[in-house]
Design a binder for this molecule. Structure first.
Ligand SMILES: Cc1ncc(COP(=O)(O)O)c(C=O)c1O
Length: 408
């Protein structure tokens, strides 16, 4: 059989699945590196620090101790207890019976959306926003309704803009605070107004809090902690970013008990359970010392200032200072206008001609036009190199000089 041809007819339900541009850019960057080029990596959203040693040790010990069999589907009891207790930091009062452990935040989002969205339901998603929301809403038969985020407001959700988009078909509001790709957070008063809105219109809320503990001001909070919200909110979080555990695949959803059985059944259908020894590492992460998290957030704050200050020095770039997460989302509209480019064109040129790997704002929806996304969860050297290459590209665009490949 010719492996290039296929006799398979693929189901149309996957025709419109979206993806994450970060992986495509990473692949393109690796191809350039394999061809001998040097690339500054600002595309991928993961801490560059290793998983803390005590967590690795717990995972290895769990393997040696024989935790290599199936676990109970919603998660091993000790981990569910530790997760429920850890949520108290955000003001949430939930028990282990509310928690379902998953292989990262993504499956928790996936299961929650499949469990909540009826065909034809309208789901409010941020634009720009994590592209997987829109993709899974469509897969579930729903219709994503995008709500804008404004750089002038630090990309905080605009309650009025959200309210205006609610119709009798709206069933779910997706919030992501702190926010990817902008680092925006919501003021407590706005969070209260969003909670009121959800109750007034009987909306479920999917609160993606994977950056919940990566905040540079204030303390972690969850909309689920507000009065009347625990019963209509699914909180999704993961160990991926907080504990530098992206490759371990460990996360969870905390939800009203009435939903736990459905989500657990979805999980049994898709995965049986979450990797058992990884769950033991998760207990060590939550029960062990939290200094590595504090140190990482402090280091990220320094890098945030480095990248924002560096971007603001480049003519034509304005960058809001992210209050959380580890992404800068600079406005580059004047540069694009001058050069007759779209954000994707500039991002492509920065990678191909200058060796700076980053994402176009439009990788996160049409509302990202005029912006780039740079991850600063990388080394200060990579950030400095990236900034230097962006500055060089901007100068070349202004003087229309031919672009120069970076020296290795
Ligand atoms: C907003 C948001 N939600 C969810 C995820 C997925 O997290 P995980 O790797 O734990 O599945 C990411 C990863 O980049 C993210 O940015």
């Amino acid at each position: 059989m010719d492996p290039a041809t296929s006799a398979l007819r693929l189901a149309s339900r996957t025709d419109d699945l979206g993806t994450e541009a970060a992986y495509l850019v990473l692949e393109a960057a690796h191809r350039l590196e394999a061809a001998g080029r040097h690339v500054a990596h600002l595309e991928i959203g993961e801490p560059d620090t290793p998983t803390p040693a005590h967590i690795i040790e717990a995972g290895v010990r769990a393997l040696r101790d024989g935790h290599t069999r199936y676990a109970v589907a919603p998660g091993i009891p000790e981990l569910r207890v530790a997760i429920a207790e850890s949520l108290a930091e955000r003001g949430l009062s939930v028990g282990p019976e509310h928690v379902v452990v998953t292989a990262g935040a993504k499956p928790a989002l996936f299961y929650a959306m499949l469990a909540l969205i009826e065909p034809g339901d309208e789901v409010l998603c941020p634009d720009p926003g994590f592209p997987i929301y829109e993709s899974v809403v469509r897969l579930a038969g729903g219709r994503p309704v995008l709500y804008p985020l404004d750089g002038e407001r630090g990309f905080a959700p605009d309650v009025q803009a959200i309210a205006e988009r609610i119709t009798p078909r709206t069933s779910l509001l997706v919030l992501n605070l702190p926010h990817n790709p902008t680092g925006g957070v919501a003021a407590p008063a706005d969070e209260e107004r969003l909670a009121e809105l959800a109750q007034q219109h009987d909306l479920a809320v999917l609160s993606d809090e994977v950056y919940g503990r990566i905040r540079y001001e204030g303390t972690p909070r969850s909309i689920a902690a507000l009065p009347g919200m625990a019963e209509r909110t699914v909180v999704v979080d993961a160990f991926s970013k907080t504990y530098a555990m992206t490759g371990w695949r460990l996360g969870y959803g905390a939800m009203p008990t009435g939903m736990v059985d459905r989500v657990t059944t979805l999980l049994i259908n898709a995965a049986s359970c979450t990797t058992t020894f990884v769950q033991h590492a998760g207990i060590a992460a939550l029960r062990g010392p939290q200094d590595p998290v504090r140190r990482m957030v402090a280091a990220l704050k320094t890098k945030r200032d480095l990248i924002v200050n560096g971007l603001d020095k480049i003519d034509g770039i304005r960058c809001a200072r992210p209050a959380g997460a580890f992404y800068a989302f600079p406005n580059v509209a004047p540069i694009l206008e001058r050069a007759g480019l779209k954000a994707q064109g500039l991002a492509d040129r920065l990678l191909a001609d200058y060796g700076a790997a980053l994402l176009a704002g439009t990788a996160f929806g049409p509302g990202g036009e005029g912006h780039l996304r740079l991850s600063f969860a990388t080394s200060a050297e990579q950030i400095a190199l990236g900034l230097e290459r962006i500055a060089r590209c901007v100068t070349d665009l202004r003087t229309s000089a031919p672009s120069r490949a970076p020296s290795p």
